[in-house]
Design a protein around this ligand. Structure first.
Ligand code: BG6
Length: 500
């Protein structure tokens, strides 16, 4: 059964962003070429970026011509949906300003200060750090020294991408360095999962529908599983991934953020701090991991060679840049307990892996079994209901409910009610949503420093235990064959949910 949303409309920013100097550090990098520039072009098209805004790229050792050519080639290669005729490209070039310089050189920031223009009466600036994280503190300090942080002439906002540190200590250091220059409400830590329509929709499903709240607790819910499954391997990122692994790369960041949205109490208002206060309370209620419980409550595994969609995939250790005896996990799963009134006794199982059979992300709420099986004489035992929020690739909501088989029987079968909520073409991508929010000064979908520190603190004992690992379970690429998941989901009705 398929349902349609009423009045589905293309997403357009309905609040107006002010004209802004959009400054990109790392303006020749992959993130700029693949994500930021295409997003900015689409945002200019639909008015999410004010037409008088300018895009300033901080670029080292290249002429403006070379920089523009590099951007042009990248748009052609990666953004097929953008039609780039010469008129359009020339109009864009008028907005693209190059600020030459090295990030390590204080003069670069002085030059940048000189390049900021008064637009629409103000000197607003958004500083996007599309650079490796080890540069974030340096850039913040450079901006501070050049007096580019104070908001006397217009707003000043800095945007950074994960990883926000590699553990609690480095996360604290980074937060301190940023907060030495910027006020916390000028700092936007992007978690692109929070920019996904389907993830934001979790809040709307929960708090705009009366039917959810009465069921949303330990009385009705057996457990929750949140899975992000990818078919991709580590691509060209061995250097980062070898140090990070799936726990840092996905669970500490994106998936714990999603967990807080599923588990939080209704905020008093829909403002950045009210929402983040509630998310923070969830993190504070997570039961700390004791060293002796870690084997029981976590799973780490690594892909061996296998086949996905008919294509052979090498094992992780055979990937370029990976050490042949690496024990870095490419699959991680953690069983969390949230010690509060709503969730006491309800496990939250978070997992993510590379080279799994499907690219799919889901939140599955598994309800308790009915208290009594009236149909116990029948061959099919009804399954416990599940409500699945499909985050990607095809966002929507699925209710798995038992229905009578047709014909002269009361045997039941699972009926799947699907409600896709939007046509993918109508949905702005995460970078558009999040950059628009930065331009509006809305931090609701960005991680606050206390959330980031707290999530590191939660997984710190796991990181410590895993750092002593000398071997790791292997799974064949393209399969769900991770035996330890049975142990991790013990006692959870119907066990590990692998999405179809
Ligand atoms: C990134 C991780 O943050 O998210 C990648 O570093 C991962 O390893 C990616 O592939 C997944 O994002 P998405 O939006 O494709 O699910």
């Amino acid at each position: 059964m398929t349902m349609q949303t009423e009045n589905a409309k293309p997403m357009l920013g309905n609040e107006k962003a002010e004209p802004t100097n959009i400054v990109i550090f790392g303006a020749t990098g992959d993130l700029t070429k693949r994500k930021l520039l295409p997003a900015l072009i689409r945002m200019l098209d639909c008015g999410m970026v004010h037409k008088d805004s300018r895009i300033l790229g901080v670029v080292n050792n290249r002429t403006r011509e070379v920089w523009l050519q590099l951007l042009f080639d990248a748009l052609k290669a990666f953004s097929h949906e953008i039609t780039l005729d010469m008129d359009r490209w020339n109009a864009l070039c008028e907005k693209l300003i190059m600020v030459p310089g090295d990030l390590a050189d204080d003069e670069t920031y002085v030059r940048l200060a000189e390049s900021l223009q008064v637009l629409g009466g103000k000197k607003n600036a958004m500083f996007y750090c599309a650079i490796p994280p080890q540069w974030y503190s340096k850039v913040a300090a450079g901006l501070g020294k050049a007096n580019l942080v104070s908001e006397d002439e217009g707003y000043r906002r800095i945007v950074i991408e994960k990883p926000f540190g590699m553990n609690l200590e480095t996360s604290r250091k980074l937060n301190n360095a940023l907060q030495t220059e910027f006020h916390e409400n000028q700092i936007y830590r992007i978690d692109h999962y929070l920019g996904k329509e389907s993830v934001q929709n979790l809040l709307v499903y929960r708090f705009a529908n009366g039917v959810m709240e009465p069921l949303w607790n330990r009385n009705y819910i057996d457990h929750v599983q949140i899975i992000v499954s990818e078919t991709l391997g580590i691509e060209y990122r061995a250097k980062y991934y070898e140090k990070a692994g799936a726990l840092r790369d996905m669970i500490q960041s994106h998936i714990m953020q999603v967990m807080t949205l599923v588990a939080m109490e209704p905020p008093v208002e829909f403002t950045a701090d009210a929402v983040r206060d509630e998310k923070m309370k969830v993190l504070r209620a997570v039961r700390p991991f004791k060293p002796e419980d870690i084997d029981k409550l976590t799973v780490a595994a690594q892909y061996a060679k296998g086949t996905i969609d008919g294509e052979e995939c090498p094992s992780y250790v055979a990937e370029e840049g990976v050490s042949p005896d690496s024990v870095t996990e490419t699959f991680a799963a953690v069983r969390f307990q949230i010690d509060n009134w709503r969730w006491q006794g309800v496990p939250f199982i978070l997992c993510s892996g590379k080279r799994l059979p499907k690219r799919v992300s889901e939140v599955m709420i598994r309800f308790r079994k009915p208290p009594f099986n009236l149909f116990n004489k029948h061959t099919s035992i009804p399954k416990a209901n599940a409500l699945v929020f499909r985050l990607q690739p095809d966002g929507g909501i699925v209710l798995r409910i038992n229905a009578k088989k047709t014909g002269p029987t009361t045997d039941s079968e699972v009926m799947v009610m699907r409600a896709p909520y939007a046509n993918n073409n109508e949905v702005a991508n995460a970078y558009e949503v999040l950059m628009h929010d930065v331009l509006l000064g809305d931090g609701t979908l960005f991680s606050r420093s206390d959330e980031v520190n707290e999530s590191w603190a939660i997984i710190e004992p796991i990181l410590k235990a895993w750092s002593e690992r000398v071997s790791i379970e292997r799974y064949r690429a393209g399969t769900w064959d991770i035996a330890a998941m049975e142990r991790l989901t013990q006692g959870c009705v119907h066990g590990w949910h692998t999405p179809t």
